[in-house]
Design a protein around this ligand. Structure first.
Ligand code: HEC
Length: 109
């Protein structure tokens, strides 16, 4: 009886943990993200490129999170799909950490 209650508790905590992790933004590798952004996104998103110039401080942290949740709707979705989930997380980490409302806003120079 006691053992069963204990097991249920552990299960509950595990499930809550998994559900929580799925919603929270788990930071990736910012340095790698910057490199990936420059080599995979900046190629077009630059002054004189085929898309409007875009750098970390052109959006707020919430706007970046939203863009990464809904990238399927963007014109350049094919470019995003060339990357792995881990690569996209690294790019989001870089953009998020230097967003307009972050402690250290940055352009992509
Ligand atoms: C082959 C060129 C190309 C590449 C590479 C590319 N994009 Fe785009 N992107 C575009 C074009 C074209 C648009 C549409 C521009 C518009 O709506 O004015 C766009 C739109 C966007 C938008 C929506 C417009 C905005 O400013 O909010 C975002 C965000 C974006 N791209 C981010 C990225 C990211 C992040 C990457 C790298 C994973 C990337 N793009 C790679 C061409 C590209």
């Amino acid at each position: 009886m006691i053992k069963k209650t204990c097991f249920s508790l552990v299960m509950m905590i595990t499930i809550l943990g998994i559900v929580g992790a799925a919603f929270a933004f788990e930071p990736g590798n910012e340095r790698k993200g910057k490199y990936l952004y420059r080599s995979n996104c900046r190629t077009c998103h630059i002054d004189g490129g085929t898309a409007p110039a875009l750098g970390p401080m052109d959006k707020t942290q919430a706007q970046w999170e939203r863009a990464f949740e809904t990238y399927e709707r963007l014109e350049c979705v094919a470019e995003w799909e060339k990357l792995s989930d881990a690569d996209r997380t690294d790019i989001l980490t870089y953009l998020y950490n230097h967003a307009f409302d972050s402690p250290s806003p940055a352009t992509c120079e």
